[in-house]
Design a protein. Structure first.
Length: 190
């Protein structure tokens, strides 16, 4: 079974919306505004690219990333791996042609079937609603979280508010940085 890894920039209060400056959110760009950049805090991002063998995205994140990431040197390793987009509305006509093989999945059942295939880790970037659905369905195996020392209040959250049984996590890697950023890697305990 393949490992499904959710990776996110998240505020201390759980917000993941618009970390890179995406329009429409009042705190857009919160990962770099008034935050000292420490390259070592982002080493995990390079490691993710080297280890991932596929990328899973929700439609909104795909539509935000696909016009930009294919031409960015920082994300060159992602260009060659297969991408999967979970959407009930996206069509093949909405896919970009310069970002490698992309497959549209129509349900979480199809994600579960993808996890059963041969291959290495599948990485999920952005995709707040998809992350919530994946978590609620018990499909996420690991979280890579870069936690920013910020309280943003309103905004899209990484974790759902669904009333469910306790989900235990095991901290397998962590580090705190001089700028207050924390790296937390959790395995989901089954």
């Amino acid at each position: 079974m393949r490992t499904l890894i959710s990776t996110a920039f998240v505020s201390l209060d759980g917000v993941v919306e618009a970390p890179g400056g995406e329009p429409g959110y009042r705190n857009s760009g919160w990962t770099f505004k008034d935050m000292e950049f420490l390259p070592e805090a982002f080493d995990i991002k390079g490691r993710e690219q080297k280890e991932a063998t596929a990328m899973l995205l929700g439609r909104l994140s795909y539509e935000a990333f696909s016009p930009v990431w294919p031409d960015m040197e920082e994300f060159a390793d992602y260009k060659v791996i297969p991408k999967y987009v979970v959407s009930t509305t996206l069509t093949d006509g909405g896919l970009v042609s310069n970002w490698g093989e992309t497959t549209i999945l129509r349900s979480l059942d199809e994600v579960a079937a993808l996890k059963e295939t041969e291959g290495g880790p599948i990485i999920v970037h952005g995709s707040a609603a998809l992350n919530q659905g994946l978590s609620d369905a018990g499909l996420i195996d690991r979280y890579h979280l870069l936690v920013f020392p910020l309280l943003l209040g309103a905004g899209k959250r990484l974790f759902s508010a669904t009333d469910k049984d306790t989900q235990k996590l095991k901290l397998v890697e962590h580090e705190a940085y001089a700028n207050g950023l924390q790296k937390n890697v959790f395995d989901v305990v089954r």
